[in-house]
Design a protein around this ligand. Structure first.
Ligand SMILES: Nc1ncnc2c1ncn2[C@@H]1O[C@H](COP(=O)(O)OP(=O)(O)OP(=O)(O)O)[C@@H](O)[C@H]1O
Length: 236
């Protein structure tokens, strides 16, 4: 078996952020949320982004996800300068390359667990039968075979987050971004979800970037970047 992580890493970094700044207008004029942030992540790496509340972590992750735009600087994901794409191009790139897990799960309330996980596959043109088979296999992988027909409100927080993980991973994206994925869970459930994320990362060779306040989770990642007042401090 070839080592996909090394093969990918040999080609280019999975993420290359250069001189990234974000400024927004506020009541007193202009506020700089991110100051000339630079970093790169190799394919297959696990990276934690930590830092005090308000230091800019979610803003940075939102820009990596192409959900927010930078004021200056570039973001290359899998070698593609995503802000050179127009909005439609970015949406397609996102659909094909990114999985995103949020603190608040963000499952669609009117869809069952199975339908939530099928959705990204159907958006990518999979037939209903194919999407269903893949989604069922993914939900089995996260231990939820007995919950396929449940709507989110009838699932526990940990179960909802496992559905969200299944949805993020089902398309096998090379890049997974997670913003406080355990923030709404108790410690034991959060630990189980994190274990699952790392297991999927190892199995798929995907790159994992996760924002967390939990230093135990950060310690499990290969590398940690610390944000302070919109600037990045790289750990040795
Ligand atoms: N659109 C905006 N307009 C004005 N201020 C903003 C905007 N977006 C973010 N901010 C401010 O930028 C700073 C960084 O916010 P961000 O959510 O990125 O921080 P964070 O490190 O993720 O915080 P937390 O850990 O509390 O989630 C905060 O002070 C926030 O209030």
């Amino acid at each position: 078996m070839t080592n996909m992580n090394l093969d990918r890493a040999a080609l280019r970094p999975a993420i290359a952020v250069s001189q990234l700044s974000k400024r927004v207008a506020d009541a007193t004029g202009e506020l700089t949320i991110l100051h000339e942030v630079d970093f790169a992540v190799q394919a297959g790496e696990t990276l934690a982004i930590v830092g005090a509340s308000g230091s800019g972590k979610s803003t940075l992750l939102g820009i990596l996800a192409g959900l927010d735009t930078p004021s200056d600087g570039t973001v290359a994901l899998e070698g593609v300068d995503i802000f050179k794409l127009d909005e439609d191009g970015r949406a397609v790139f996102r659909q094909n390359n990114l999985g995103f897990v949020f603190q608040s799960f963000q499952l669609l309330a009117h869809l069952t667990a199975l339908e939530n996980v099928m959705l990204p596959l159907e958006l990518r043109g999979f037939t209903h039968a194919n999407a269903q088979a893949r989604a069922e296999a993914m939900l089995a992988r996260v231990g939820l075979s007995s919950r396929l027909g449940h709507y989110p409100k009838y699932l526990s927080g940990g179960e909802q987050q496992r559905v969200a993980l299944a949805r993020a991973f089902v398309t096998e994206p090379p890049l997974l971004l997670a913003d406080e994925p355990t923030g709404s869970l108790d410690a034991a459930t959060g630990a189980a979800v994190v274990e699952l994320m790392f297991a999927l990362n190892r199995e798929r060779g995907s790159t994992l970037v996760l924002v967390t306040h939990d230093l135990n989770i950060a310690a499990r990642c290969g590398r940690t970047l610390t944000m302070a007042a919109g600037r990045l401090r790289q750990e040795p």
